[in-house]
Design a protein around this ligand. Structure first.
Ligand code: UD1
Length: 363
């Protein structure tokens, strides 16, 4: 019997590990699959609700690390996770994505000679001012199994000289979760709750430090919202980091067509994504989810580590100049929609492929 521990830490990790956990249930005689939650995200609406929505079991280990500077957060995860690994002696750990918990846990495991699998390997924004890019580069460089979600990842890892035998093009686990939970999302009442009509509102999410730590950005965003709200309702679930900053900048509105909410759970958010006419975001995952669903997406960043969403999907990389975002948004609202298709292997079976490969490699 092999023991595998998958790590979750921040909101975008939960929907990636849920299908992996499900896939390992088919190998119960061969693999004991455990989940460790670092506690990087801890608010009920950033964490607990996702376990419920995604039908995940309670984590086997909870490190309770919480927020802090990058160094403090990463270091605290390392200290706590090392204890778990020393006690449990797993054969392999699985890390997903690019958050601080991802690099912290892979570093601890690799120093204890425990094998590391990185799911969503090879993505590169080529922008080392983003903490996630550093986390991606470092995690990939010490991983033993690199599971890639899009072709650009293969090219990046090859260029970096990663041994081909470690790399597996398997598709996108986040899309596994989307496909699995779509029927429940169709039944969600969230549109009714916020008085929204399908294909007739704009969904906004913004949390990147490079955007939301700037007072000037928050002022321009309010101006953009006021302009766009003349055309459509806007719903903006606000990430805790964004809320904290924007409140200190005095960001507020009385405009009834601009709906500001707390973070929203997975199923309701999926419903909001599926039914939006347009999404404006700086998230990584939402670029992918909108591409799968064929929903128009404007990415408020200068680069993306997920170029397939632009090359093949419905995503447009507009940059952080909100005047350009306004122009692009108005074009879409006037009917100039970008056509897209679904990237290769985004078929809902990625976690099955990962589990099959790992079971074989570990036996
Ligand atoms: C993290 C990830 C980012 C991911 C994002 C999704 C890193 C470096 N960044 O960014 O890649 O896209 O999660 O949300 O790992 N906070 C709360 N409650 C929580 C969590 C956070 O109030 O449950 C607040 C705290 O003030 C905290 C701040 O948000 O200091 C930032 O949290 P942190 O985990 O450091 O990074 P995120 O911005 O959430």
């Amino acid at each position: 019997m092999k023991k595998i521990i998958s790590v979750v830490g921040a909101r975008p990790n939960f929907m990636k590990v849920a299908p992996i956990h499900r896939a390992f249930q088919n190998y119960k005689d061969k693999v004991k699959h455990l989940i460790c939650h670092t506690g990087q995200h801890y608010d009920e609406k950033m964490s607990k609700i996702f376990f419920e929505d995604l039908e995940m079991p309670k984590p086997d280990f909870y490190l309770g690390v919480g927020s802090g500077s990058h160094a403090a957060q990463t270091a605290n995860v390392m200290i706590e996770f090392e204890k778990v690994l020393i006690d449990e002696k797993p054969d392999l750990i699985i890390v997903v994505g690019d958050v601080n918990s991802t690099i912290a846990c892979s570093l601890v495991a690799s120093k204890l000679n425990i094998k590391v699998a990185h799911v969503e390997a090879g993505l590169r924004s080529f922008d080392r001012s983003m903490p996630e890019e550093i986390n991606r580069l470092l995690t990939d460089s010490i991983s033993d199994f690199l599971f890639v979600s899009e072709k650009s990842g293969l090219e990046n890892l090859e260029r970096e000289g990663v041994d081909k035998s470690k790399i597996f093009f398997v598709g996108n686990v986040m899309i596994d979760s989307l496909i699995h939970h779509l029927p429940k999302a169709q039944a969600s009442s969230v549109l009714k709750d916020y008085n929204l009509e399908p294909s007739n509102y704009i969904l906004v999410t913004l949390h990147r430090p490079s955007n939301v730590d700037s007072e000037e950005f928050s002022k321009k965003l309010l101006k953009l919202f006021n302009t766009l709200s003349e055309k459509r309702k806007i719903i903006f679930p606000v990430h805790p980091r964004t809320k904290k900053n924007f409140m200190s900048f005095g960001f507020k509105t009385e405009n009834e067509k601009i709906i500001l909410t707390d973070p929203i759970g997975y199923i309701d958010f999926l419903s909001l994504t599926k039914n939006a006419e347009l999404i404006i975001t700086d998230s990584g995952g939402i670029q992918e989810e909108s591409t799968y669903l064929g929903v128009q997406c404007i990415t408020v960043r200068e680069n993306t580590e997920r170029p397939v969403t632009v090359d093949v999907g419905t995503n447009q990389l507009i940059g952080t100049n909100l005047e350009e975002v306004e122009k692009a948004a108005l074009k879409i609202l006037n009917g100039e929609k970008k056509k897209g298709s679904i990237p290769e292997l985004w078929d809902g079976r990625t976690a099955e492929r990962i589990a099959k490969i790992l079971v074989k490699k570990l036996s």
